[in-house]
Design a protein around this ligand. Structure first.
Ligand SMILES: N[C@@H](CCC(=O)N[C@@H](CS)C(=O)NCC(=O)O)C(=O)O
Length: 227
């Protein structure tokens, strides 16, 4: 783990453990940026030395050996959605969930479709297991990822394209938890060269989001640990 040297003023009560390419960390970076919170960054390289998420020092922070982790005022929180909802509760403006109960359900539906169904089956440790236990080649593992992402994106496109609630973002004209999950997943989809032309609404929302400073500053390539 190494500390960042950032030019922005850091909050010494927040420490964020992340990795530039991690989409779960990317989600939290977007939320932190939307809330205007600049944490102290600790970079956990997921590939070096067999994966530094497995180092005892990091395991003591997060026994799941996954990133991201946020430490606030000495309290340690894992799981990106738990972190984001925590941030939304301690810093309510701008809200990351709609005020109305049906709106919140819709946004969570979209967010969980990414975070609970698409992302977990494509994680690094799943890919390593596919390779080591089943001998899956790199091409087969890419095919695996494209398959699961496409399956999820078909549903997201349908939900988003035909709903009056969809605005410039997934829900209305301001970013919510749904965009926070979608945009990093689109970055992953590009990494595995998924054909995105079938998802015009996702692409339109991505264009809007990437023009937003909170999303732009959270992009993998904009991180100090980017390679
Ligand atoms: N559900 C978790 C997923 C966290 C996760 O899978 N993080 C990935 C990076 S995106 C990771 O740390 N992978 C390390 C590994 O697979 O060994 C969350 O939302 O925080």
């Amino acid at each position: 783990m190494t500390s960042s040297a950032t030019t922005r003023p850091e909050r010494d009560d927040f420490t964020f453990y992340g990795y530039f390419r991690s989409s779960a960390a990317y989600r939290v970076r977007i939320a932190l940026n939307l809330k205007g919170i600049v944490p102290r960054y600790e970079f956990v390289h997921l590939l070096k030395d067999g994966g530094r998420q497995h180092d005892p020092a990091y395991r003591a922070v997060n026994p799941q050996e996954l990133i991201p982790t946020l430490v606030h005022d000495g309290h340690t929180i894992g799981q990106s959605l738990a972190i984001i909802e925590y941030l939304d509760e301690i810093a309510p403006e701008p809200p990351l969930l709609p005020r109305d109960v049906l709106g919140r359900a819709r946004v969570r539906q979209l967010a969980y479709a990414v975070a609970c169904d698409i992302h977990p089956v494509n994680n690094l440790r799943v890919n390593i297991y596919l390779r080591d236990a089943f001998g899956a080649s790199e091409e087969k593992r890419l095919e695996w990822q494209r398959h699961w992402i496409a399956l999820g994106f078909v549903a997201l496109e349908e939900w988003l394209a035909h709903a009056p609630e969809t605005g410039r973002f997934c829900h209305g004209d301001t970013p919510t938890l749904a965009d926070i999950c979608l945009i990093p997943q689109l970055a992953n989809a590009r990494r595995v060269t998924l054909d995105l032309s079938l998802y015009p609404t996702l692409l339109r929302i991505e264009e809007t989001a990437l023009a937003h400073p909170a999303f732009a500053a959270a992009a993998p390539a904009a991180q100090p640990d980017a390679e």
